[in-house]
Design a binder for this molecule. Structure first.
Ligand code: NDP
Length: 484
């Protein structure tokens, strides 16, 4: 059986203690590879390698660094079919989604930051005629990067690319649930000529390898994407060590459809926002609010459109919905659907696994797209992140009411607003407490804009300039021009 390797100091190596964990194909429920169960010794070696590589990498000319990162982007593109298949098997997502979204975006992440550094500017402030201040930005050293399983290569490279582009070296810990693309990516980094130690990938469990990385005294920067609870643990560890950290966490995002919306756009947009990647996107609109005059007709059309989603073998080209990522995730989603019933919800669609997909997938973790009505704003299903193909649909009377509903959660990651009234679009966008509002669209991403969440959805922002700043330390130099 294939054994995934760590990538340390430019080499693919097994874990120090020789222990491996099972890696499952969630569409079949079968173990298909082994992933290193790394621990403190592996993290120590990786941090050591990254520390030694830092001086040469950070002082390499920007043009040369950019060339190497662009070569990595080229190799991701050249290997897109292989990477997409690996991601599909690792994660259960449809092959078509991995091929059209995850893998191209991983290449774009590298291309974006590799070219961004070629056009850097720094600030300068003249104090009348007495002095000039200028700001030097320097990489911070070894960055610890921890990423989740839902968009494995997309989110891993979204952090690795800016960290490397700004001259940091990296120790990354991908999710143990979906390690395969980070492993294949390590091979591509070797092929691209990335100097040894610049990027190191240590696979293993979060509480062991991840925790060792966050605690390590020679890792001053932690960039984390994952659940809010884990984010809290990381903050508790990194805070007292005065590390700089960024946390991209969970969401319970409102998707608001006003009666004047262009329904030919709002309907498919809402179906996508509800069920893309089996609802396992932090940005999914898991609370769907529809203005009362169109509520009944919208629900009918929304259910019709959702029923047409083909739940199937992720490897089949026409599959819209693959399997959930793991047995644990299947149990979590099932738990919340049961809870919704206890809380008075009415299941309008789905509510459990579909009929067996195929002989190959008979033990996979599939869950039918599920729509629930009749839940109150305070019930747990409307407040807690489920992270599955489950959407709660509710009517609202007016703008004030829906803003209150939208904000009635501890999360504040993203929202969508569908309306033809431009004044209302701006007003509502301003009043929803979250990091991103999409008007008449969903998950349209411009890599230059700040990305992140308010409230329990995170601390800090990623994206373009924010990432460049996060991974660098500003130093002000004040030069006197004459005696004060
Ligand atoms: P987790 O928080 O469970 O895990 C995220 C990563 O952290 C994994 O690599 C995990 O390893 C690791 N980890 C777990 N415990 C620790 C620890 N004590 N110290 C260091 N690392 C640790 O999240 P999931 O993987 O379940 O991902 C789903 C979550 O991610 C959802 O809540 C989703 O909303 C959020 N997310 C947020 C996004 C955003 O941009 N805001 C984007 C995408 C997802 P292991 O897998 O081995 O446990």
């Amino acid at each position: 059986m294939l054994e995934i390797k760590n990538y340390i100091n430019g080499e693919l190596v097994g874990p120090a203690e020789g222990r491996y964990l099972d890696n499952f194909d969630p569409a079949t429920g079968q173990v298909y590879s082994k992933v290193p169960d790394s621990g403190g010794v592996d993290v120590e070696r990786a941090v050591d390698a990254a520390g030694h590589a830092f001086s040469a990498w950070s002082r390499m000319s920007t043009a040369k660094r950019s060339d190497i990162l662009l070569k990595i982007a080229d190799l991701i593109e050249a290997n897109a079919d292989r990477l997409a298949r690996a991601e599909c098997i690792d994660n259960g997502k449809p092959l078509s989604l991995a091929r059209s979204l995850d893998i191209p975006r991983a290449a774009t992440n590298f291309r974006f930051f590799a070219t961004r550094i070629l056009h850097s500017q720094s600030e300068s402030h003249a104090m009348d005629y007495s002095a000039i201040n200028y700001t030097l930005r320097r990489p911070r050293g070894v960055a610890g990067i921890i990423s989740p399983w839902n968009l494995p290569l997309y989110l891993f490279t979204w952090k690795v690319a800016p960290a490397l582009a700004t001259g940091n070296t990296v120790v990354g810990k991908p999710s143990e649930v979906t390690p395969m693309t980070a492993f294949l990516f390590s091979e591509l980094c070797i092929e691209a000529g990335l100097p040894p130690g610049v990027l190191n990938v240590v696979h293993g469990a979060g509480a062991k390898a991840g925790q060792a990385l966050v605690e390590h005294p020679a890792v001053p920067t932690i960039s984390f994407t994952g659940g809010t609870k884990t984010g809290g643990t990381i903050a508790k560890t990194a805070g007292p060590l005065f590390k700089k950290y960024s946390l991209e966490l969970g969401g319970k995002n409102p998707n608001v459809v006003f009666a004047d919306a262009d329904l030919d756009k709002a309907l498919p947009g809402s179906v996508r926002a509800s069920f893309a990647n089996q609802g396992q996107v932090c940005l999914c609109g898991s609370r769907l609010f529809v203005e009362a005059p169109i509520y009944d007709s919208f629900v009918e059309r929304f259910l019709d459109a959702s029923k047409k989603l083909r739940v199937g073998d992720p490897l089949e080209p026409d599959t819209d919905q693959g399997s959930l990522v793991s047995k644990a995730q299947f149990e979590k989603v099932s738990y919340y659907v049961d809870l919704a019933k206890e809380e008075g919800g009415e299941i309008l669609l789905g509510g459990g696994p579909p009929a067996p997909i195929s002989d190959r997938c008979k033990e996979g973790y599939f869950f039918y797209p599920t729509v629930i009505a009749g839940l109150g704003m305070n019930c747990r299903v409307n407040r807690e992140e489920i992270f599955g193909p489950v959407v709660a649909i509710m009517p609202f009377k007016n703008e004030d009411e829906v803003i209150e509903y939208a904000n009635a959660t501890d999360y504040g990651l993203a929202a969508s607003v569908w309306t033809k009234d431009i004044d209302r679009a701006h007003r509502v966008s301003e009043r929803i407490n979250c990091g991103t509002v999409w008007v008449n669209c969903w998950m349209l991403r411009d890599l230059r804009v700040p990305f992140g969440g308010m409230k329990q959805s995170g601390v800090g922002r990623e994206g373009g300039e924010e990432a460049m700043r996060f991974f660098t330390e500003p130093k002000n130099v004040c030069v006197a021009l004459r005696d004060a």
